[in-house]
Ligand binder design. Sequence first.
Ligand SMILES: NC(=O)c1ccc[n+]([C@@H]2O[C@H](COP(=O)([O-])OP(=O)(O)OC[C@H]3O[C@@H](n4cnc5c(N)ncnc54)[C@H](O)[C@@H]3O)[C@@H](O)[C@H]2O)c1
Length: 283
Amino acid sequence: MYIFKVAVVGAGTMGAEIAQVVSWSGLPVVLKDIDQEFVDRGMSKIRQIYQRRVDRGKMTQREMEEKMALVIPTTGFEEFKDVDLVIEAIPEKMPLKKQLFAELDRVCPSTTIFASNTSALSITEMGEATKRPERVAGLHFFYPASFMKLVEVIQGKHTSEETMDTLVDFATELRKLPVRVKECPGFLVNRVLMAAMGEALAFQEETKVPPEEIDAVIKSGGGVPMGPFTLSDTLGLDIVLDVAHTLHEAYGERFAPTQSLINLVQSGKLGVKSGEGFYKYTG
Ligand SMILES: NC(=O)c1ccc[n+]([C@@H]2O[C@H](COP(=O)([O-])OP(=O)(O)OC[C@H]3O[C@@H](n4cnc5c(N)ncnc54)[C@H](O)[C@@H]3O)[C@@H](O)[C@H]2O)c1
């Protein structure tokens, strides 16, 4: 199935980035949130991403306006009558996601594919909130989606091969690198990432080697853009702890969160967004 029009629901951190990626590929994309203020914020984030490219001479102002014209901001469902794919990027709460998918099921054509950008929740359970579970899958972009190549395409228990193939082709059209994953807690990337980050955090707790030293070693030797402490602070320590709890519950002790991470979250130190985590941030 070919995708001619896309909708992204949730214009927050991920939704705006994903809508930018879709518009960049030349497809029209509806960007929906619950409040005009959030839609406007998402639109200015998309504009910022394009503006940086214009400033660096990678595209012209005119090209930027053409891409921006592909994004259709809305708080309603009127634009969903002819979408081929909806990508959900609302908060990581199962009841909210199920309610949204049930609503989408009523307003979208029966052929529309629903994809969730969830980092950890069950695609199968979301699919079961609709009458089209074979057309519900995960499409997990990574932050910042405008830059990160990898996209996990996640197959729930009911997701058809045709839906998987369509999403893999779609991700390739977006110039991303899709990887097929069967549903399991943490999917592929978060399982590997959290195992590595958890080990770095446990090493720090045991040895008291400062985070900046561990970050520097891993960054220089590991071929990664940032070390595990900077990455945790950037993602948000509350989010990292939530994912750790999910994996701990699913796979046992090897994913137990460290006490230092729990203590930081309990004292409101959530990383960059709160001004302090493993590091202090000013300005
Ligand atoms: N932030 C990340 O680094 C990251 C990375 C990968 C995946 N994810 C996943 O992406 C999803 C979104 O995360 P985020 O960080 O962008 O969240 P966010 O809080 O930044 O944005 C969520 C947006 O959804 C809107 N929203 C809430 N309910 C809605 C509804 N019913 N209809 C329309 N809009 C609604 C909110 O107003 C908000 O603007 C989550 O499932 C998260 O786990 C996040």
